[in-house]
Design a protein around this ligand. Structure first.
Ligand SMILES: CSCC[C@H](NC=O)C(=O)N[C@@H](C)C(=O)N[C@@H](CO)C(=O)O
Ligand code: FE2
Length: 223
C-alpha cells in the first residue's frame, strides 16, 4: 500500500491491528529515542497480547529513557518498538506524580472543546510549536497485567495521551499543526531530515510538503 493510502486509512480500524509476536517485543537496553524522519515513526504498530516479565522490563526501560530525556510521555515506536504501548507521567520526574502505562489504548470520546498548546516531541529534539487538540478524552486500554479499564483524561494528561496515541497511529505532531505553524518550524524539520540523510546515507523517507497534504486526512475522532 502506498504511504498516502496508509495515511488515508489512518491505521485505525481494529482489523488492521495485527498481534505482536514475541520477537516483536524483544529489545536490548539501553533504549534510544528514534528521531524524525526515521520510518519507524510511520510504521504500523501491533497489538500486544503477551503480558509477561519482558513487557514489564520494556515499560521500566521506557520510563528510564523518558525521564533521562526530560520527557513527560513516550510511545513504544519512539524507542524502535512497533507495538501499541505508551507510558507517561505529567510530572516528568521519577518519584513524583503518577506513572501511567497504557497498552492497546483506544479513544471512545473526544470533547468538543479544543485547546492550543505549545507541544514538544522527543523525536523532534528542541522543536516546540502550537498544536490544537480536544481538551479531554475518554479512553480504554489494558494495564500491564492485561486487564481492561476505562478512564477520562483532561488537561495535560489528555494532551500527553493524545500526542502518544498519535504516535501509535503513525501520526506526528506536525501533521496536526496549521500550515502557518509548520512554516515556523520548517527550517528545523529540514535540519532533522538532513541529519538523518547524513547519518544513514538514505534520502529522507518523507518530504515535509507531502506530510502537509496528508495532514488534511489525518482527522480527529478516528480510533
Ligand atoms: C505535551 S505532550 C508531549 C509528550 C512528549 N512525548 C514524546 O514525544 C514529550 O515528552 N515531549 C517533551 C519534549 C516534553 O514535553 N517535555 C516537557 C518536560 O521537559 C517540556 O515541558 O518540554
Ligand atoms: Fe512525540
Amino acid at each position: 500500500m502506498s504511504t498516502v493510502a496508509q495515511a488515508k486509512r489512518g491505521f485505525s480500524s481494529r482489523e488492521d491491528e495485527r498481534a505482536a509476536s514475541p520477537d516483536d517485543l524483544l529489545f536490548e537496553p539501553p533504549l534510544r529515542i528514534v528521531e524524525y524522519p526515521d520510518p519507524i515513526l510511520r510504521a504500523r504498530n501491533k497489538r500486544i497480547e503477551t503480558f509477561d516479565e519482558n513487557l514489564k522490563k520494556l515499560v521500566s526501560e521506557m520510563f528510564d529513557v523518558m525521564y533521562k530525556t526530560e520527557g513527560i510521555g513516550l510511545s513504544a515506536p519512539q524507542v524502535g518498538m512497533n507495538v501499541r504501548l505508551m507510558v507517561f507521567n505529567p510530572a516528568g520526574e521519577r518519584g513524583e506524580g503518577e506513572e501511567i502505562v497504557l497498552i492497546n489504548p483506544s479513544v471512545y470520546k473526544y470533547s468538543k472543546k479544543m485547546i492550543l498548546f505549545d507541544e514538544g516531541c522527543l523525536s523532534f529534539p528542541g522543536i516546540y510549536a502550537d498544536v490544537e487538540r480536544p481538551d479531554s478524552v475518554q479512553i480504554e486500554a489494558q494495564d500491564i497485567m492485561g486487564a481492561n479499564f476505562k478512564f477520562d483524561l483532561s488537561g495535560l494528561p489528555a494532551r500527553i495521551f493524545q500526542h502518544e496515541f498519535d504516535h501509535l497511529q503513525g501520526t506526528l505532531f506536525f501533521d496536526r499543526m496549521t500550515e502557518e505553524v509548520v512554516n515556523s518550524i520548517r527550517t528545523e524539520l529540514k535540519a532533522l531530515e538532513k541529519k538523518y540523510e547524513d547519518r544513514t546515507g538514505l534520502r529522507s523517507p518523507e518530504k515535509i510538503e507531502m506530510r502537509r497534504r496528508m495532514r488534511a486526512v489525518a482527522g480527529f475522532g478516528k480510533s
